[in-house]
Design a protein around this ligand. Sequence first.
Ligand code: ZN
Ligand code: ZN
Length: 316
Amino acid sequence: MKHKYLLKTLRILCFMLIMLPTVAMADETPEDPTEHTHVASSPVTENRIDASCDKEGSYDSVVYCEVCKEELSRDHCTIAKLTHKWNTGIVTKEATTKQTGEKTYTCTVCGAKKVTSISKKTHFNEIKASNYKKTYNKKSKTYKIKASCLSKDALTYHSNNKNIKVNKNTGKVTVKAKYVGSATITIKSPSTNKYEGTCLKIKFTVLPSKTKIASVINNDKGTLSIFWNKNVSGSGYQLQYSTSSSFKKHTTTKTIKKKSTGKLVLKGIPANKTYYIRIRTMKIVNGKKYYSAWSSSKKGKVKEIKIVYQLLSIEN
Ligand SMILES: [Zn+2]
Ligand SMILES: [Zn+2]
């Protein structure tokens, strides 16, 4: 019995030896005055990586204790990819009636580019316009070119001659004062969804002004003296005389090289035959001849009586 009692005592002693320091320590450390139940803050965002058009973004949603600032939770969240915002695009290759074109769009968010195809044009944007013939003027003069294209869009104009200017957008032509010559005016139509732009060249010519036969006189045998009004718009004249009123046959052409000349004497003209005479002003510009319209014709005839007079005068 005694042995049993000893064993029990020993057990209690051992227990006390093991437990004593623990109890003692707990007794020595005073209870933490800040000990509390955590108070969760509203979540804050950390480690944010913005999304782009081609990549997801992410961030951490973190909850801290408002009292001790201890991190209570952390969620990793993703941000969805952005969508490209395409601009209105520019035509980087015009479509024609033969091949497709290209239109390039740029993303205003990330600068990425995408190319779409433009279908072939079905028609040419044909232009309707005519050549112009105008007459010399002392003062500068303006004209409006009448032109249109199938799409009814605005046309553009260009002149190759600074004396015959054209407004690029309105087609208004301004001819320099006293100018004679010609310009090639290039008219362009735009490309549209349906039409391929085209180009048309027209001639804009300014001719010398007309002159007029003043008189046709027969004084001497076989001779007709022709007088006309001098014309400063030219550099000379061209004169025709013919037995045909239409100048279709039996017509002789004479060139007068000086604008200051106002008379020409035709010799060896047979008597009693009516001649029709007409004249036009001529100007040579850069080696090219420009003619006015023909004057109306005047009749002339060498009279027989003149021959008699001539003979008499010789006898005298
Ligand atoms: Zn806390
Ligand atoms: Zn983008």
